[in-house]
Design a protein around this ligand. Structure first.
Ligand SMILES: [Zn+2]
Length: 496
């Protein structure tokens, strides 16, 4: 990227709320897999003479998000009509709360580990301009030379989160979207699935010469449907606009669509065609006074521990690395599973090692098993207590890591505890010192050359890599059933 220009990016994000019913009627809000136009009623089909009724849950969840993002909740706001004509909007207007939004301000703090030479002005606190609540429109399905209308989506509660132009790189925009997705999921208010259109985003981007205060002409990019396309669309625009500015060309304010297959943005419409929506307060709905409708203090208590707090806790209290913490926190199910397994760990010496072992089991064996078997953590058969027990057995050396793998797979397949598997399979960990001394003595007697090497090393360096070789021989002789810790002690004693 050229260092002559500074990139300025803002986002407009739409998130569908997964309430039971729609925003202003009692229709089922989950239309997945249902026939087109089968979850509709006169209200969401825009029939004359019908009256909207506000979905209280949608309001509550809007405020919940506001509290989670540190936004100011408006003293009062209106629902209003935004007039425009489109075939998927039979009323001829959309009910929104755009001009008197329920949430003002707010921020999302990210720990951004970026290459500073590429992103010199990276910010950690990204701020939100406002959030408003509205109804989604229906959908047009284009089929050859005609289009079909499906109104199942019409009236779905939709939050629009409008950020300030705080982002200075496409990466920041992507990280923000990903963290917002986690927060929406942790709050349980949206499935926030971009592939299904439950989370959508438009990006506004402009360039300005470094040091200039005024913003350049902004281009709005629409039709972004994945985190990767968000980043690529913004990267493309930076390149396109940089080249234009370098050539002395003027950038027009316009809307461009992202073509994911071609990896380019394409001009859709210029500013001249901008709508005048003629907003006015919805006459059929009263103004909303949040403090009258809700106990906001109580609502605040319902906010669960959010990803940022969890990450901090995993690193500072549990001693995990940042990457490990990131992966666990990335999936709320995985994070809960981890924490419930950790809850079993008694606070005692060595408990942090067990916690780390639990994390490693989850990030290694558990994730690999889930991927290979197309399962997710919610239907995974090893419960938290059994995972903790397995981690404890591995940590104490009661079972070797090799046997541990075998036991793990059997546990994952049957849901049984480690003890049950061990006794069923006849796996016996040999920890008996007398028995192991006999085996180790035989190995020593048969490998005098290695013994000499070991003693030479120890004399010169105080230790020898041969020790591990001897442990390996003992494990082989016992078919992996020897307790490696005891073997180590016996070897040190007998090798002198
Ligand atoms: Zn309806």
């Amino acid at each position: 990227m050229s260092d002559k220009y500074e990139v300025v990016i803002g986002l407009e994000i739409h998130s569908q709320l997964n309430t039971k019913s729609k925003m202003f009627c009692g229709c089922d809000n989950n239309a997945e897999g249902k026939e087109p136009n089968s979850v509709t009623c006169p209200v969401c089909m825009g029939m004359p003479g019908t009256l909207p009724v506000i979905n209280k849950k949608a309001l509550e969840w809007t405020f919940l998000l506001g509290l989670a993002l540190g936004a100011k909740i408006a003293d009062q706001f209106n629902f209003e009509r935004k007039q425009y004509f489109y075939p998927d909007l039979p009323k001829g207007y959309q009910i929104t709360s755009q001009t008197t939004p329920p949430l003002i301000g707010g921020h999302l703090d990210l720990e951004i580990d970026v290459d500073e030479s590429r992103h010199p002005t990276s910010r950690n606190s990204l701020t939100i301009e406002h959030v408003h609540l509205e109804e989604d429109a229906g959908k047009l399905i284009h089929a050859g030379d005609h289009s079909l209308v499906d109104l199942n989506r019409a009236g779905t509660p939709l939050l629009e989160i409008v950020t300030n132009p705080d982002f200075r790189s496409p990466l920041e925009a992507k990280l923000f979207m990903q963290e917002l997705q986690r927060i929406l999921r942790y709050l349980g208010i949206s499935s926030a699935d971009m592939e299904k259109g439950h989370l959508r985003c438009d990006g506004n981007i402009s360039l300005r010469p470094v040091g200039q205060k005024e913003f350049g002409k902004k281009v709005e990019i629409k039709n972004i449907n994945s985190f990767s396309s968000l980043e690529r669309a913004l990267e493309f625009e930076i390149k396109r606009q940089t080249e234009m500015l370098d050539n002395g060309e003027t950038i027009e304010q316009e809307t461009r669509g992202w073509d994911d297959a071609k990896n380019i943005t394409v001009s859709q419409r210029s500013k001249e065609m901008a709508h005048d929506y003629r907003y006015f307060p919805e006459p059929d709905l009263p103004p909303v006074v949040p403090v009258k409708a809700f106990d906001l203090e109580n609502l605040k208590k319902q906010i669960p521990e959010l990803p940022a707090q969890k990450r901090k806790k995993y690193v500072e209290e549990f001693g995990l690395g940042k990457t490990e913490a990131d992966i666990l926190v990335g999936d709320m199910g995985l994070a809960n599973y981890f924490e419930e397994s950790v809850d079993m760990v008694k606070t005692s010496e060595g408990s942090q090692n067990i916690i780390k072992r639990i994390a490693n089991l989850i990030l290694g064996d558990v994730l690999a098993y889930l991927n290979a078997n197309n399962q997710n953590i919610l239907n995974f058969k090893i419960n938290e207590a059994n995972l903790w027990d397995l981690a404890t057995k591995l940590e104490s050396g009661e079972i070797s890591s090799k046997i541990g793998k075998e036991v793990f797979i059997a546990m994952a397949e049957t849901g049984k505890s480690a003890d049950e598997i061990i006794s069923e399979k006849g796996i016996k960990q040999v920890s008996d010192t007398g028995e192991l001394e006999k085996i180790v003595s035989e190995i020593i007697a048969a490998n005098q050359g290695q013994v000499e090497q070991y003693r030479k090393d120890v004399e010169a360096n105080g230790s020898s890599p041969m020790l591990n070789w001897f442990v390996g021989q003992a494990m082989k002789a016992t078919k992996g059933q020897a307790n490696p810790g005891v073997v180590m002690e016996v070897l040190k004693k007998l090798l002198g």
